[in-house]
Design a protein around this ligand. Structure first.
Ligand code: ZN
Length: 429
């Protein structure tokens, strides 16, 4: 691609950027937490349909994916877990096909009072847009769409097939992206503009979710010795699991990409509830946990280690003899992945990034779950997880850098032009 065309593409991204930001704000206004993704997906569907893409939408059907090795168990209904795909077909397939993927689901914002302004009322201040999902990753979904729009503004479309995916379930199971794969969506490369601070993700960790159901014996506090306190038992189990966390972190030297990190593996107690009354020994306590595993570790092996650890904790404490908890694996059950170095897709992104940013592409590793694993592990597809600078994702006052979004969109547009090739849009179309 000559330099003039590169400059024109980057200019076209700038020309559409104001509209892109408005579109991103519109997306942030939809509170697309789990179970409520459908209205945001309607908005994305409409936006893609208006642009003339061939459309596909469906609710995830667990029956279609439950036998796949990448499936995560699920305890909620999938009625509103709708995936949307816009399909571009060229006049003639000339180069390589591409999936542009993003997830529409966001994590709960927590108490609104803790935000400076409402999490679903995206405000712009200086270079930042604030709001739940602004960085993670509605800016990325918009970047995918507007990168293609920029090419269109110049009278071009990709000369290869492109699939624009807006998926659900990225924040809890990864079943949304998996459902796209099982439905037959495949390509020569994929891009996911997650908020990776303008770096390419070389590897990420797998994630496992589970709920501990600790059951005790309720008695009046005055006779506490004859009961069994489920909340106190839960704390003992959590403390014991933190020892396992330390052990897993000590294993990082076996995983070169994670060996230099201080604490790659995080066990998180994400939610806890239990008991009914301050003066009764609590009979129950449910603890929701998330743990991470290194790439290459089978989640089934990790789950066994967790179960064995809990067995040992309970066996070592006579007061917990009859309190062995039930363990319910109720979400992520996913392997991590490593993106092989030096693929054509990576080289293409490095060139696009250099033109858009005037700097070379750096790589990073992620300690969080990424849908990239679906492409890399189960389709041998180079998946480039690469997106804008953001702060406080999953926290209060989440924000994303506007100038960073613009540059990332430029990189994506240049990538598409090079990877897929370009053809003139027919005037009759
Ligand atoms: Zn994300």
């Amino acid at each position: 691609m000559d330099d003039t065309l590169k400059s024109r593409i980057l200019e076209a991204v700038s020309d559409g950027f104001e509209e892109q930001i408005t579109f991103t704000q519109d997306l942030v206004r939809y509170p697309s937490i789990r179970g409520q993704e459908h209205t945001a997906q309607d908005f994305v569907y409409k936006a893609l349909n208006e642009r003339g893409y061939t459309m596909d939408r469906w609710s995830i059907d667990t029956k279609e994916i439950e036998d796949h090795p990448g499936f995560s168990p699920v305890t909620v209904a999938y009625d509103n877990a709708i995936n949307v795909v816009g399909i571009h077909r060229p006049k003639q397939e000339q180069k390589k096909s591409l999936i542009l993927n993003g997830h529409i689901d966001v994590v709960p914002p927590g108490p609104f009072d803790f935000w400076e302004t409402s999490p679903y009322d995206p405000r712009i201040e200086g270079d930042w847009m604030y709001g739940r999902g602004s960085g993670d990753m509605k800016a990325g979904i918009a970047a995918n769409i507007y990168a293609l729009d920029a090419l269109k503004r110049l009278g071009y479309q990709p000369a290869s097939s492109v699939f624009i995916q807006s998926v659900t379930e990225e924040e809890c199971t990864g079943n949304g992206a998996l459902s796209c794969l099982v439905r037959g969506y495949r390509a020569d490369a994929a891009i996911i503009p997650e908020p990776m601070n303008e770096m390419l993700t070389r590897a990420n960790l797998g994630v496992i979710w589970f709920q501990l159901k600790v059951r005790g014996i309720p008695v009046h506090v005055s006779d506490a010795g004859s009961g069994a306190n489920a909340i106190e038992a839960a704390f003992k189990i959590i403390t014991g699991l933190k020892d396992l966390e330390k052990e897993w972190n000590d294993r990082r030297k076996n995983y070169p990409l994670f060996a230099d990190l201080d604490h790659p593996i995080n066990f998180n107690v994400g939610k806890i509830e239990g008991g009914d009354w301050a003066s009764s020994v609590p009979a129950w306590c449910n603890v929701d946990m998330r743990v991470a595993i290194y790439p290459g570790v089978d989640p089934r092996d990790a789950a066994k280690e967790i179960k064995d650890c809990i067995d040992q904790i309970c066996a070592a404490d006579p007061s917990m003899a009859n309190m062995k908890p039930e363990i319910d694996f109720n979400g992520f059950f996913t392997e991590g992945y490593i993106l092989e170095e030096g693929s054509d897709a990576e080289k293409c992104l490095a060139k696009a990034h250099a033109s858009s940013f005037q700097s070379s592409l750096e790589t990073t590793v992620s300690q969080a779950y990424l849908d990239g694993r679906v492409f890399v592990l189960y389709d041998d597809c180079p998946c480039l997880v690469y997106g804008p600078i953001s702060d406080n994702i999953h926290g209060f006052n989440e924000r994303v850098s506007l100038s960073s979004i613009e540059r990332v969109t430029g990189s994506i547009a240049l990538f598409i032009a090079e990877w897929c090739g370009l053809e003139k849009i027919s005037s009759c179309k």
